[in-house]
Design a protein around this ligand. Sequence first.
Ligand code: MCN
Ligand code: MOS
Length: 762
Amino acid sequence: MTIMETRKHGAADGALGGRLSRLDGIAKIKGEADYAVERDLEGLTHAVIVQSTIASGRITGIDTSVAERAPGVLLVLTPDNQIALNSATTWMDTPGPEGPYQPLLREITFSGQHIAAVVAETFEQATAAAALINVTYEEAPAIFSLEDPKGGEGFPIDPMTKEWGDAAAALAAAPVKIEVEYKTPREYNVPIEPHGLIAKWDDDRLTVWEPSQWIDGMARTYAEWFGIPFESVRMISPYIGGGFGSKAFALPHGAVAIMAAKKLGRPVKLVVTRPQTFTAFGGRPGTRQTIALGATEDGKLLSIVHNSANETSMDGMAVEPLGVVTALMYATPNLSSRQNVVRVNTVTPGALRAPGENPSAWGIESAIDELAYELGMDPLEIRLKNYAERDNEADKPWSTRQLREAFDAGARAFGWVKRSHAPRSMRDGRHLIGWGVGAGTYPVRRTPGEALVRILADGSAEVASSGIDMGQGTYTILAQTAAETLGIPVEQIRVKLGDSALPRAPVAGGSQLANLMTGAVYKAAIAARDELVGLAINDPNSPFRDLQANTLTVSEGRILPPREGGDGIAIAELLRQVGRDKIEVLRNTLPEDKQSKADHYRNFSTIATMQSPTDGDYSLHSWCAHFIEVRVDEDFGTVRVSRVVSALDSGRLYNPKLVESQWKGGIIMGIGQALLEEGIVDERYARVINNNLADYLVPTNADIPDIDVISVGIPDPHASILGGKAVGELAIVGVAPAIANAVFHATGKRIRELPITLEKLL
Ligand code: MCN
Ligand code: MOS
């Protein structure tokens, strides 16, 4: 896609802060966007994965003889003939598990574990042959989920402990207290584009076409698994059909495809089926948390005691940090938050939009509402009364916290003053009406990246980075940043992303890529612009030689002299006159002590360089408040969300149109989480039975009302180079509790276990 092909925009509309439409949108609508696994390579073969049908035990035999003789079959991979791979370092840059890495195992720890793969000339042949593999097992008892008493209390994760004051004593002494338990089920990312890849070897060089949120991180893992240098792996991922956290890491099926390509000496394509995506990687784990709040009679918090647990797999460790929002949102003199992890027979859980913050807010934002009703207080008033003026956990001031403004703006736009307090007091015919509020937050994370800016002979410019765009808007905001900084119209900026041959970028996860990469592009573009101006004043062939640098400006693709000096010359013309075919600048945002060349790629392909939100003098976070109306049908128990007004603080917005779309997307996912989404586990077989998009329900247009989003942010110079804060994951946080609070207001029933399905209301 070139920017020339997209709709024309005036520069004022296109520069940073303008409401430019997504530059990748047209190609996607026309079907011209080339998604990674759509390549048709010469000699391409097709692999199909076979998964375990038991949840616990071991394979006693795999008979592949019939499958091997089936038409078109080229290779059957099993635990017995796979290549032993190296263990890869973790994303934190610590050593991986001991021993070789094997993507196919005889030991079974969850239902749906990869146990074999068939590669054939066609996808149909591979699918047919995969059904002919005969596997026998020795089955052992399985722990089906967090609900299974066999799983017990699990074991503590000490780094998750947060403690100040004496929470237990303060709770015991508090005049008003509540203690309640909240749960969330397994939830899945279900991006429309399923996971898959094409792997191709050329001698010892590997090319992988694969949708990825983190090209550099995944390329490093592939390089380590197969014992080749990082530079020998090329990952290509120009467009991604959604990820929501699930496409950031190399996964076992990737190892299988690359291994098969190596064994066969032919390119291999492997795309997991929709049901297989439910166990090829994990979604959000099931969680439970108990929250005890102690308060004064007039609603001042005295203590929070929080105990939580999430499920993880038998052999992997996934911690869904359930205390993150609990400790941040409200001022309390005493707090204790602890977390356990329980091993169950499941695939290792992964990251799903706002891992931690999302279920954490579900707990505290429900509990504070319950406390409000216990006290007979307005749910908004109790939140303002306990407003945290600083980060009590880190003991630092907020950089910016426009949450009070969010409550004010949201309440005003929603008409909160017209709410009557008592449950079941608002009604419209058969519908009980409920109004609920819920707040949310997401931290500002910072991992370095680098970007290349190139001004070309024709006066246009290129931006290049191995960062990615999965729909959130990276192509567009990087073009806007370069346009504004270089003084070149946005139509003349071409952004190249999604290729590991380009300069290094951090993970598009943790809602950080926009702030980091606009910063890197800004630095590179400033330097490129300075070099251009330098040529203009120093080159003997320049019409501006001997002028002062700070008297020249670049605008609309022209270098302009001081006001009285005429209309200047086009960049292309200057480059021609001074005999240059381009200006090229690479800049990164690494701190000085990390600039070392030796491990250049490592600086960007792990998150070891990531700064926490409290690294520095301030505590950096985005904030939001959701005001939601529900209509509950009294006879059927059906809940419909009929109105959403959310006010959000993400600092400075680089492109308000795209931010609004990100926020609305998050709110829609929050509605799905509140009312629909649930991995249903069949306890007998310890497997998720609704492993497809017909039975795993996500919202459709008919489930979503008009959503009103209001920006209350102000530029935050501590958060990022250009003043923005986290956007992508923020808005899902706090939606589910706002809906549950609205459902309570409508019906008088407190639902403490998501999703809020009709049988829970009857
Ligand atoms: N933006 C802006 N001004 C800012 C910050 C962001 O205009 N100050 C806009 C930009 O359009 C930017 C977008 O918001 O591209 C998201 O920015 P950011 O919050 O930095 O998030 P990332 O670019 O790191 O994207 C990852 C984030 C995450 S972690 C998940 S999960 C998620 C999300 O983005 N998955 C998504 N949004 C998604 N959107 C789509 N369409 N698909 C997914 O899978
Ligand atoms: Mo987002 S869950 O951090 O990729």
